[in-house]
Ligand binder design. Sequence first.
Ligand SMILES: Nc1ncnc2c1ncn2[C@@H]1O[C@H](COP(=O)(O)OP(=O)(O)OP(=O)(O)O)[C@@H](O)[C@H]1O
Ligand SMILES: [Mg+2]
Length: 257
Amino acid sequence: MPSKPILTIKGLTAGYTRLSVLHDLSLQIPQGQITGIIGPNGSGKSTLLNAISGMIRPTAGKIILSARDITRLSPDARCRLGIGRTFQVPRPFARMRVFENTLTAAAFGLASSRRDSWEAARAALAKAHLLEKKDVLAGSLNLLDRKRLEIARAISARPGLLLLDEIAAGLSSEEVTEILEIVAALKAEGVTIIWIEHMMDTMLRAADTLVCMAEGRVALTGEPEEVLRSRAVEELYLGRLGEEAEHADGGTPAGEV
Ligand SMILES: Nc1ncnc2c1ncn2[C@@H]1O[C@H](COP(=O)(O)OP(=O)(O)OP(=O)(O)O)[C@@H](O)[C@H]1O
Ligand SMILES: [Mg+2]
């Protein structure tokens, strides 16, 4: 039985100055679960996270967090209400140490005492398996550690809702397993997670519910196995591959013999 929603999105239309990306999108995110989001490149997955975290303002629709309308709130206000996010391309302060990076996020997001921010940063680094490297400069971290730091910064303000944008992309299978463990432990603590990832096997292992987006809309939502087996998802992905194959066969590029 699905639990009650922590987040409700109703009729959301949003995008960028010259481009409308999300079209009348409605979605409910059950509390305490991992909701996976898949969908072809450019289907609006990251834009959806931008709209939830307040980085873009919708032109229509509502975003409700635990019965509170947050549609018009700023990103920092949403952060303080318990929404944390990671970015598809990690953006640490390269010349600051891992601990300072996390402390900055905690201090900003919690707006509480120095001691509390310090403890929150330490706890976040431990949960992201990065405490051992707390004194390393963020700019010198490898990809897995940058991903861990991205998680640590996002959870440092103790969010109830965590948005992960391709946090496992580019990692080896052992590294992906470690990210899965970190995320599973956060879920076990009660954090609700929305996780965008292209890797279907990772989504199968992690997600309780899977949402497939296409062209700024929800194409399908349901049990992960069911969604991945569906004809609609197959066509979305294979249709695209088919198109690419057609173009590849379509002739010799100019200049080639
Ligand atoms: N900052 C931006 N300004 C203008 N257009 C943008 C911006 N970010 C994304 N877009 C455009 O919005 C559309 C949706 O992009 P979005 O990044 O949400 O897709 P996505 O589903 O996350 O794709 P991917 O799987 O490649 O990460 C694309 O056409 C993209 O070019
Ligand atoms: Mg994206």
